[in-house]
Design a protein around this ligand. Structure first.
Ligand SMILES: Nc1ncnc2c1ncn2[C@@H]1O[C@H](COP(=O)(O)OP(=O)(O)O)[C@@H](O)[C@H]1O
Ligand SMILES: [Mg+2]
Length: 269
């Protein structure tokens, strides 16, 4: 009986999740001599939104960037361990990083549309990846991506206007549409709402919920309320370690680790 209870308590929260879209295995990340991530292993699944939470400086962005090799752009950064996408190592030699970043897209803290038209912001990726055979097909991809990002109705009559002329919230949805346009499998978002007002934030959160299941979505957020609202799985990071990873409801109501409990109850932030 005691055994049965112990088993229940340690049941794998991902047991019914099917194969992982991405898996990190014993990942450590360094900037020069300084270690920012220490031996993190976790799986990411398409059917869940996964939130990364934890105090500032604990390595959330560093770890997120390792999932599409964005750390490659930082000269001192070094990644140890293994990161798999559909079971294949994304750090293998001869991997096409441009292709990888189309499959694993990224949305940043500060909306960063290209200083080009709304249309071009979306069309650029599909064009360089050869996803459209002509203008009509490209138009379709632009429309579909903007539809999916919940922006089409607001911009359909001014696709020639500059992307940078949109409001902050619209710019962020444009960046999400841009990521969607190249048909990604995973979308990484690093505090995508931290530069937005509450109404624009609510729209992005609704959008994340609409996109759930179609793409594996990982969102870094410093807002525990946001993690609770948008995610089904939450990983708590502290001082470069992943302390706990579980169903979001468990993390917020019944954490296993004292450090998680201290964080969610506001003892340190
Ligand atoms: N480009 C970089 N060069 C050197 N150190 C960095 C760089 N980016 C982040 N760090 C360091 O790595 C640690 C983790 O940072 P970061 O991943 O940005 O944390 P978080 O996103 O949780 O706030 C911090 O100590 C930070 O100073
Ligand atoms: Mg960060």
């Amino acid at each position: 009986m005691a055994d049965a209870i112990a088993h229940e308590e340690t049941a794998d929260p991902f047991a019914d999740a099917g194969p992982a879209k991405m898996s990190a295995r014993n990942v450590s990340i360094f900037y020069g001599d300084k270690q920012a991530i220490d031996d993190v292993s976790l799986d990411i699944h398409t059917q869940y939104v996964t939130a990364f939470i934890g105090p500032s400086g604990c390595g959330k962005s560093t770890f997120l960037r390792s999932l599409n090799r964005m750390n490659d752009t930082i000269a001192s950064a070094r990644v140890k361990g293994e990161i798999l996408l559909d079971g294949e190592d994304i750090y293998r030699s001869r991997l096409d990083v441009v292709q990888l970043r189309a499959r694993v897209g990224m949305v940043f803290q500060k909306p960063n549309p290209f200083p080009k038209s709304i249309y071009e912001n979306i069309a650029y990726g599909p064009r360089i990846h050869g996803l459209a055979s002509g203008k009509a097909e490209l138009d379709q991809i632009v429309e579909k991506s903007l539809q999916r990002a919940g922006l089409w109705d607001e911009v359909k009559d001014r696709l020639g206007d500059s992307g940078t002329a949109l409001s902050g919230g619209q710019q962020q949805r444009l960046c999400i549409a841009r990521a969607i346009a190249v048909d990604p499998e995973v979308i990484l978002m690093d505090e995508p709402c931290s530069a937005l007002d509450p109404i624009a934030t609510a729209r992005i959160e609704e959008l994340i919920d609409d996109l759930r299941g179609r793409y594996a979505i990982v969102i870094v957020t410093h807002s525990m309320q946001q993690a609770a609202r948008v995610s089904q799985r939450t990983a708590f990071f502290h001082l470069g370690k992943m302390v706990e990873y579980d169903k979001t409801s468990e993390i917020f109501t019944n954490p296993r680790e004292v450090r998680t409990k201290d964080y969610i109850t506001g003892r340190y932030g």
